[in-house]
Ligand binder design. Structure first.
Ligand SMILES: *Cc1c(COP(=O)(O)O)cnc(C)c1O
Length: 382
């Protein structure tokens, strides 16, 4: 029995505590303070965005995106079923009906063919996810959307600093969202961002974040009164957390390099499992640069996957499954547009997928122990 190996561990990478101290000393701890400004500039520049608004979570950013689409009763959004709840929930909460599309088996992102089958004139938005930080078939999806006047909003919770054809993930849709939750590549406890790629949406996005007020126009001297003028909520991230986040993002190159190195170590240690056990690796088309968010494998069957997880947990190695399909979940049923769909790839993949412990400073010895436990578990299960 090895010492317990956690699934995830957030890492302090730079000046986090120093910047928090300085944020406290500066006295601006609410949203839109100086550290928020610095994070915003960094992300705007790297993503080539018109604006970036820091939010309390990716879920909040998705809610803002849904509000910015301004749904009419009966409007529909197409989302994957193989995703975190928030991708669907944020839109359902704003009154959208949900249509779930299947994923394709290479990137585990939305399958453009499945999306195309669901399009009609009630569809207002499509929300692809770049699973594990590898770009989905976003070009085909944006093309399809453009030809029907539909908005694409990328849920880019996994993919910050990944790219496709040299273009950053999160810059393809009219908007995209980020997560800085403690389980993601760059963290501040809880946090997120709404990335805006269409200048026409910037002003209203600030009103939504400022509790429905025109506070930003007032502060800029554009209006002389500051009033309630639209919907909104308290979506803004505290500047104390933005301070922590800035330190994390300043180390983005080192974080990505460390995660890439850890990925390559697993690849080397694991390639011998393909032949004897029928294990499949995640795949990355050659035009994509990964954000290295996680390390997953596909087991030959759900029964093997479940047995392997059980054995590894008994060893103290916290490997995990991932998304339980949303399209049959009780929370989705009342928002579903039509009948529960058949999504064979989603069902198959979610039954066989296994994620190994993976975090920025995971080391060789820990990864060897993980692979040892996995190999023994496979020998017993197959
Ligand atoms: C983590 C995650 C979210 C939610 O992020 P929060 O910041 O916790 O709200 C949404 N979508 C995906 C794909 C995620 O992985």
């Amino acid at each position: 029995m090895t010492a317990m190996i956690p699934f995830n561990r957030p890492t302090l990478v730079g000046n986090e505590l120093e910047y928090i101290r300085s944020a406290v000393a500066g006295g601006h701890s609410a949203s839109k303070g100086p550290f928020t400004g610095q994070v915003t500039s960094l992300l705007k520049e790297d993503l080539g965005a018109h604006d970036v608004l820091l939010t309390t979570s990716c879920t909040g950013a998705l809610e803002m995106a849904a509000m910015l689409i301004d749904p009419r009763p009966g409007d529909v959004v197409i989302v994957p079923s193989f995703t975190f709840v928030s991708t669907a929930l944020a839109f359902a909460r704003e009154g959208f009906r949900l249509r779930f599309a299947d994923i394709e088996p290479v990137t585990l992102g939305l399958d453009p063919h499945s999306v195309a089958d669901l399009i009609d004139d009630r569809v207002r938005a499509i929300v692809p996810v770049h699973y594990a930080g590898i770009g989905c078939e976003i070009a085909a999806i944006t093309q399809l959307a453009a030809s029907h006047g539909i908005s694409v909003i990328e849920d880019n919770a996994h993919g910050l600093f990944g790219s496709l054809g040299g273009q950053p993930l999160g810059s393809f849709g009219v908007m995209s969202t980020l997560s800085f939750h403690e389980t993601k590549n760059f963290v501040c406890g809880e946090g997120g961002a709404l990335v805006i790629n269409d200048s026409a949406l910037v002003d209203r996005a600030h009103v939504l974040l400022d509790k429905g007020t025109n506070r930003r126009s007032f502060e800029r001297g554009v209006v002389d009164k500051y009033t309630w003028c639209d919907d909104g909520s308290s979506f803004g991230l505290s500047d104390l957390l933005a301070a922590f986040l800035l330190a994390q993002l300043e180390c983005r190159d080192a974080v990505l390099l460390a995660r890439e190195a850890a990925t390559e170590r697993y690849d080397r240690m694991l390639h011998g499992l393909v032949e004897p056990f029928g294990v499949e690796f995640g795949r990355k088309p050659p035009d994509r640069v990964s954000a290295f968010h996680m390390y997953y494998l596909l087991m030959p069957s759900k029964a093997v996957r479940d047995a392997v997880l059980h054995r590894m947990h008994a060893d103290g190695v916290i490997a995990t499954f991932h998304y339980v399909p949303l399209h049959r979940s009780p929370g989705a049923v009342r928002h579903l547009d039509g009948l529960v769909p058949e999504l064979p790839v989603t069902d198959d993949i979610s039954g066989r997928l296994l994620r190994l412990p993976f975090y920025t400073d995971i080391d060789h010895a820990t990864q060897s122990a993980v692979v040892g436990s996995l190999t023994e578990a496979l020998q017993q299960a197959c």
